[in-house]
Write a protein that binds this ligand. Sequence first.
Ligand code: COA
Length: 193
Amino acid sequence: MTDMLQGPASFAGGTPTLVGDGVRLREYQDDDVGLVRMAASDPYIPLVTTVPTNPGDRDVTAYIERQRGRARAGEGYQWVVEETSFQTPVGQIGVTWHDLGDASVGYWIASPFRRRGFAKAALRAVVSWAAASQLARLNLFVEPWNEDSWRVAEAVGFEREAVEPEAIRVGGEVHEGYIYALQLRISRQSTNA
Ligand SMILES: CC(C)(COP(=O)(O)OP(=O)(O)OC[C@H]1O[C@@H](n2cnc3c(N)ncnc32)[C@H](O)[C@@H]1OP(=O)(O)O)[C@@H](O)C(=O)NCCC(=O)NCCS
């Protein structure tokens, strides 16, 4: 008998609110415009996300609506990372489902809020949630030069599994990347005797 772990269909519905060390992860709100504008002015974030460069009001609103829509479409969850002292939005973290219990993770923190542990705390909160959600494995793709990012992943327990020549889409190009993974279950299917 095969005991299938939960797949994407099990996560239909609203984005759950998660709490971590000094952070709260919540669904995007209409007034997260300032956060998106900060990300839009970053030299790297728009290259690896759908954050628009030099956005007008309608582009920002469309971006926010797209993030909320990913849960409705059953593609994954995109959370705003909010620091808990002043409830300031500082970044974004998301998971995108793949098949058989795999999901990939991506995150960014707006530059004024970096190096304060927010990415690490947010990723830890997502890992705890993923483990409780029966996901089997989380993947992360990082460019080798992006030490800030892979240090965060390693601090939370991800392991570097491989270097792939064509791992990440950056702007219009495909770049080399490290494949990081965190195994949450021994296997994606378990067979009971
Ligand atoms: C990558 C990014 C999310 C990191 O965010 P951050 O909030 O600065 O990360 P944190 O402050 O949580 O750092 C977590 C840990 O990594 C450590 N760290 C971060 N960068 C480091 C570096 N270059 N060298 C050594 N340690 C580093 C921190 O010291 C911290 O550990 P500690 O709390 O034990 O001291 C942020 O730089 C970013 O948004 N970059 C642009 C977008 C991006 O590259 N996203 C990832 C795409 S794969």
